[in-house]
Structures are given as structure tokens and as C-alpha cells.
Design a protein around this ligand. Structure first.
Ligand code: AHR
Length: 498
């Protein structure tokens, strides 16, 4: 049995949690849109062809924001192909994923669907094959009330009210040679700045995300951020971060330590934003949009065998296991620990494509193991992120040293007078954790939810809910002291209320 300690103090505040950190992402690729959210022939399809069973699962997650329509797909997308009469829409080759895009779902269908699942859309503009003209027109089409060419076109398509989309991404992963219209930092920085300027001239209320590096292993990482911000600092509000992890060498302690990599990544990008703030003598702070993050590796081999130019091929269909859910829990904790700086985060993606929700054509929809930590954080992790002071035994592994076995975040919700502690025990032994809860003396435990499994590789399949949480965790509280029992390799949610 191992022992850890923790102090959670009402006054140790990190920052208000922006609910958009529980965002997600739907790209026109694989079976995310077609056969994922949209399947007109499905018995559960609504009047517009969208699956109601999938909508219910998304509502369970309380997803506040969904990035759309890509991704790599974005950089070859003509948004005009996806508006107007559906029967007239062109079939196009998507060069990013080598598939055929039918354009049966486009801007209006997606935005209408988003309303049904109570989410905002984080709309992205193509800066690969297109540029500032298409981008400003899309803002006008979506957000301008009426009396102009593009807003009246929207109205003529049957969508009278403007959407008021607030958050927009300026392209996608423009530093990547795989990207259609890949650019140098100078080329992208100039284009992004000019595009940002005119988009905000059309609608000054919008917020913009500039592309950071595609991942922190890119050879241009951090120089890219610095150069892009040199051009865009005054015009944008966020810079993006993308990161995906995998347990390729089947080394569990090393895999679970990847949350330290995310922590380092966030700190490096935040430091670069602040360097630029100082250099520009600016009063403005650039915040971070971690708008693609997840585990992605299970499907890599299968994807090599997929035939090109199919409609909705089954690509990037990672079947997640219990150890992935543990890492997702730790990554969510890391995001909460940076609530002062990370204002948007999108779990990539939402349905079928590296997703918490899977569907079968004509059949079931089900929850992958990673669904649960994501849902718990989204539902219970709103309020003020507090900084827990953790004293945990530590371990060394292949890529990291001094990895704490216990990761934790705490969120205090003032109105509901609730405190939620999220914790991962990365040890194969149980962990007794003594917590001192300062300022929460009169709070009592409502429940202690646990996600655990004896088989670290356990998965969920249709009709087989293998990895599911239970609320039989053991923790005891008296006055300001809480004794928590974290079972080996477990995700824990301890909810307290006054
Ligand atoms: O989410 C899958 C892909 O990962 C996205 O299209 C791209 O932006 C990233 O490389």
C-alpha cells in the first residue's frame, strides 16, 4: 500500500474554468459525419437525417463547443459546396484523406445539428487552397444579419437568423508538409494576419485562433509560434496546440507519464506568447486553444489498407482500452491545472474517428472507455480550478523522471457549493491519500466515482459494456480531513457539497 497527501485550499486559485476546455471536434473524414452523426436511413434518424441515439450520447457529455469542419480536410474545402440545395451539391475528391466528399452535410445542416446537441461551433476557415476572400465571405454568410450578398444568400437558403459564431480557426496545421497548401511561418503569419483583419471587420465580436505547430516534435516547433505571433499578435486571441499520444512500445508507466509532456508543451507555448507580449509591449495576453488532443495510434496499421476515394471509409477508428481512459483522465487533469491559460480544448474527435462514441451503420451507438473521464470532467469540472498541493511517491520511466503516481485537479463551483476532486492513481498498488480540505470544513461527500478494471487492455464493444464507472469508491471525511482510497490504476471523481 502506498501513501500520498494533498492540500486543497479554497484560496489557492488557478483560474476560472472556461467551459470550452470540454470541447470536441468533428471533421469531414472517415465515418465522423456520414454514418456517425448523420445517417438518414438509420431507424433513429430525425427529420433531418441525424441520428438521435448519437445526439443523446453527445448530450450526456455536455459538449460546449465543437470544432468543424476540419482538420486536414479543411485545407481543400470550398464551403460554398456545402450550402444551398442538397441535390445540386458537388461530389469532390478530398485529397487530405483520399476519400470522396458528397457535401450532403454542410454549414447550415451542421450548425442546425449543433443547436440540437446544445453546443457552439468553433468554425475553421480554409487557408490552404483558399484565403481571405472565402474566409470573410463565410463570416458574412454565417454572422451578418441581412442586406448583403452573402447574408441574403443564407436567408435564401432558408436560414433567416444569423448564427453568431464566436470562435474561428485560421486554417489547420499549416506548418505540416502533409497539409494541402503547407506554408512557412512567414507565409502563414502574413496570410493569417490579413485574414484575421478582414474577418473581424465583417464581425468585430468574433475571436480568432492562429495555428501553432502541428505537434511539439515538429522541427520548427516554437520558432513557428514566435514567427506566427510576430505577424498576428494584434489580430488574434488564441494560438492552437495539437497533440496525440500512443502506447506504441506497450510500456504502461511510460505511457501514463505522457501527461508531463502535455504540461511541458502548454508551458512552452504560454512562455512564447508571453515573450511576444513583452517584445511587442502589448497589454494583451494570448490564450491557448488545445484544439486537437487525444490518444491516436490503435488504427494506424489498419488505415494503410483502406482503398482510396471511398465515401465515409472506416479510418482512424481507434478502439480504446482502459489504459487509454487513464491517460485521458491525466490529460484532463493537466488541462485543468492550466485553466488560467488554456481557454479552449477539443478532444479530437467525437464520433467514430478517434472518438469517445462509436456507431455501427444501421445499428448501435456505444461509449468507448475514454468517454467516461471526458464526461465526468465536462459535467462536474465547471467553476474555479484550485491548485492541489500533492505529495505523492514518484517513479522514473523511459522518457520521464520523478513522475508522481497521483495526479489531481480540484474544481470548486461557487453557486452549487460543490467541490470535485479528480485523481488518477498511476500505481499498480492502492494509494491511501490524506487530504486536507481548507475552507471546505462543512462539505460532505456526495459520491466517489471510480473507473477501474483488472485488465488494462479491456475495451467496450457494441453490446459489451466492459469498462464502466461505479460509485462505490471509498473515501471518508471528518471536518477538514478527507481520507481517499484510490484503487490500483484508477480514475477517481470525489464529489463534495456543502
Ligand atoms: O484529427 C485527425 C487529424 O489530426 C486532423 O485532421 C489533423 O488536423 C491532425 O493531424
Amino acid at each position: 500500500m502506498k501513501k500520498a497527501g494533498m492540500i486543497i485550499d479554497k484560496e489557492y486559485k488557478i483560474g476560472q474554468v472556461d467551459k470550452r476546455i470540454y470541447g470536441s471536434f468533428i471533421e469531414h473524414m472517415g465515418r465522423a459525419v456520414y454514418e456517425g452523426i448523420y445517417e438518414p436511413d438509420h431507424p433513429q434518424a430525425d427529420e433531418s437525417g441525424f441520428r438521435k441515439d448519437v445526439q443523446s450520447l453527445i448530450k450526456e457529455l455536455q459538449v460546449p463547443l465543437i470544432r468543424y469542419p476540419g482538420g486536414n480536410f479543411l485545407s481543400g474545402y470550398n464551403w460554398e459546396d456545402g450550402v444551398g440545395p442538397i441535390k445540386d451539391r458537388p461530389r469532390r475528391l478530398d485529397l487530405a484523406w483520399k476519400t470522396t466528399e458528397t457535401n450532403q452535410v454542410g454549414t447550415n445542416e451542421f450548425l442546425s445539428w449543433a443547436k440540437k446537441v446544445n453546443t457552439e461551433v468553433n468554425m475553421a476557415v480554409n487557408l490552404g487552397t483558399r484565403g481571405m476572400d472565402a474566409a470573410r465571405n463565410l463570416v458574412e454568410y454565417c454572422n451578418h444579419p441581412s442586406g448583403s450578398y452573402w447574408s441574403d444568400l443564407r436567408r435564401s437558403h432558408g436560414y433567416e437568423a444569423p448564427y453568431g459564431i464566436k470562435t474561428w480557426c485560421l486554417g489547420n496545421e499549416m506548418d505540416g508538409p502533409w497539409q494541402i497548401g503547407h506554408k512557412t511561418a512567414e507565409e502563414y503569419g502574413r496570410l493569417a494576419a490579413e485574414t484575421a483583419k478582414v474577418m473581424k471587420w465583417v464581425d468585430p465580436s468574433i475571436e480568432l485562433v492562429a495555428c501553432g505547430s502541428s505537434n511539439s516534435s515538429m522541427p520548427t516547433f516554437i520558432d513557428w509560434e514566435a514567427k506566427v505571433l510576430e505577424h498576428t499578435y494584434d489580430h488574434v486571441d488564441y494560438i492552437s496546440l495539437h497533440t496525440y499520444y500512443g502506447n506504441r512500445d506497450n510500456n504502461l508507466p511510460n505511457y501514463l507519464a505522457r501527461s508531463m509532456d502535455l504540461d511541458h508543451f502548454i508551458k512552452s507555448v504560454a512562455a512564447t506568447c508571453d515573450y511576444m507580449k513583452a517584445k511587442k509591449r502589448s497589454k494583451k495576453t494570448i490564450h491557448l486553444s488545445l484544439d486537437e488532443w487525444n490518444v491516436w495510434y490503435h488504427s494506424n496499421e489498419a488505415d494503410k489498407k483502406v482503398e482510396p476515394w471511398m465515401e465515409a471509409p472506416p479510418i482512424l477508428e481507434d478502439i480504446y482500452n482502459f489504459e487509454d481512459a487513464l491517460l485521458i483522465g491525466s490529460l484532463l487533469i493537466t488541462i485543468l491545472q492550466h485553466a488560467d491559460r488554456v481557454k479552449i480544448a477539443c478532444l479530437a474527435q467525437l464520433v467514430n474517428v478517434i472518438a469517445p462514441i462509436m456507431t455501427e451503420k444501421g445499428g448501435e451507438a456505444w461509449r468507448q472507455p475514454i468517454f467516461y473521464p471526458y464526461m465526468h470532467a465536462s459535467v462536474y469540472g465547471r467553476g474555479e480550478s484550485l491548485k492541489p498541493i500533492i505529495s505523492s511517491p514518484k517513479y522514473d520511466c523511459a522518457d520521464f523522471t520523478d513522475v508522481p503516481y497521483v495526479d489531481a485537479a480540484a474544481v470548486y463551483h461557487d453557486e452549487d457549493q460543490t467541490l470535485t476532486v479528480f485523481a488518477v492513481n498511476k500505481s499498480e498498488e492502492p494509494m491511501e491519500t490524506d487530504m486536507s480540505l481548507r475552507g471546505f470544513e462543512s462539505y460532505r461527500i456526495i459520491e466517489h466515482i471510480v473507473l477501474e478494471h483488472e485488465d488494462i487492455k479491456a475495451t467496450n464493444q457494441k453490446n459489451r459494456k466492459n469498462v464502466v464507472p461505479h460509485a462505490n469508491g471509498t473515501s471518508f471525511k471528518s471536518e477538514g480531513e478527507l481520507k481517499a482510497h484510490f484503487t490500483p490504476l484508477s480514475w477517481n471523481v470525489i464529489r463534495l457539497q456543502k
